[in-house]
Ligand binder design. Structure first.
Ligand SMILES: [Zn+2]
Length: 400
């Protein structure tokens, strides 16, 4: 087994290369091609693998197999000598995010002694996990400012190799356990880390580092960030959203939060007024229904079915009938399932809790309540009329 020379170790800007196809192996997606040298970065340390072409065949994935690097291809490339070309847009994006990560991690270490315990580079944004959830908003802001200062100063980012023994003597942000030669990445006078990834050659290449979100849980602070091209796209996207919000409110962007606050308050007030109106309407309707109901021995029974959308009003009407002298309301609300509200003037003769239970025992459903107000649900809609008739018959003064 031959050791594959990793060309990106020393030149992260190499986009085209020639190599010898050493061997191929089986893979569910096609073949695994092994080269004597490669500029393709295999997935490792939180950074996804490169894409591109090998002699006209698309590279689907690149896997680190220790000494070797497996290039997953749909089929074998022709010939022993292959031409590699890296999907540069994807790679450069990864270089911006990854270098940004080194700088941001070092900035958090300087601002509050936070240690980066993991890094993930996703398709939309990247995250680092810091070793404490006590990360404050001010520290986030200070770290972001410091990191971007380092970007604006365009400090050199250099790669060099040292033996494991020499590396032990160095002050690395993250110690390494490697026994072979260690690849070190240095952001001049700011950060020194052991890393096998791809980086831009000067911090200016990162463009900008923008923190998007901080989640604190389980003893960690997860910091989501975007760098360079991603930060630009995100800013453009945010601008579009904010512009649209401002347009909808017919105002300037800076007034949007204030207007949302005001409109939310207004809406709450309107909701309260509406609730009051519905209550008044229910009282009126209840009084009318009570008046129309025949009176027998000082009791008037209002039996009524409401549409499914009127459930709220139905309950209010039932309550309001119970405010009239000698009133009993037997109210049903259509729907799947249907609902029942029974109510009476406090101290009335019926025990509506019992009436409800006996009714539901016949037609199905569950419910209960007090002597003067009971509620039931879960009965089939086609049983609603039957339920109300039954309840009427169950009333104490023999109204049947
Ligand atoms: Zn790195």
């Amino acid at each position: 087994m031959a050791i594959c020379e990793r060309l990106y170790y020393t030149d992260c800007y190499l986009k085209e290369f020639e190599a010898r196809l050493v061997r191929t192996g089986p893979d569910p997606r096609g073949v695994r091609a092994y080269l004597d040298r490669t500029a393709f970065y295999p997935e490792s340390g939180g950074q996804p693998s490169d894409r591109g072409m090998l002699s006209g065949v698309r590279v689907l994935e690149v896997i680190d197999e220790g000494d070797e690097v497996a290039h997953i291809l749909a089929h074998n490339p022709a010939g022993e000598s292959v031409q590699g070309s890296i999907d540069w847009e994807r790679r450069f994006d990864h270089m911006q995010q990854h270098t940004g990560q080194h700088i941001l991690s070092a900035a958090f270490a300087r601002v509050g002694g936070y240690k980066t315990v993991s890094f993930h580079l996703g398709a939309e944004s990247a995250t680092i996990d810091l070793d404490s959830e006590r990360l404050g908003e001010q520290q986030v802001e200070r770290a972001e400012i410091l990191a971007n200062q380092v970007v604006f100063e365009n400090r050199p980012v250099q790669i060099f190799f040292r033996s494991a023994a020499e590396t032990q003597q160095l002050d690395l942000r993250k110690p390494t356990l490697r026994e072979a030669d260690v690849r070190l990445v240095e952001v001049a006078d700011f950060d020194l880390s052991a890393c096998g990834g791809t980086h831009v050659s000067g911090t200016g290449g990162v463009g900008i580092i923008s923190i998007r979100k901080v989640d604190r849980s389980k003893g960690l602070a997860r910091v989501e960030f975007v760098c360079g091209g991603r930060a630009l796209r995100r800013a453009r996207h945010d601008y579009a959203i904010l512009s649209e919000a401002a347009r909808l409110f017919s105002t300037g962007m800076e007034n949007v939060p204030e207007l949302i606050t005001k409109q939310t308050q207004d809406l709450r007030e309107v909701g309260k007024s509406l609730q009051k109106l519905v209550e008044e309407l229910a009282e009126l309707e209840a009084a009318q229904l009570w008046q129309q109901a025949p009176e027998k021995a000082g009791v008037r029974v209002v039996t009524r079915v409401f549409e499914a959308a009127e459930g709220k009003k139905a309950k209010l009407v039932a309550h309001a009938v119970g405010k009239q002298p000698g009133g009993i309301a037997l109210v049903g609300v259509k729907g799947a399932p249907a609902t029942l509200f029974f109510s009476q003037t406090p101290g009335g003769q019926a025990n509506l809790s019992d009436v409800m239970k006996q009714t539901l025992a016949e037609v199905g459903g569950k419910g209960g309540g007090t002597r003067d107000f009971a509620q039931g649900g879960g009965l089939p809609e086609n049983q609603l009329e039957a339920a109300l008739h039954l309840a009427e018959r169950l009333l104490p003064d023999g109204r049947s």
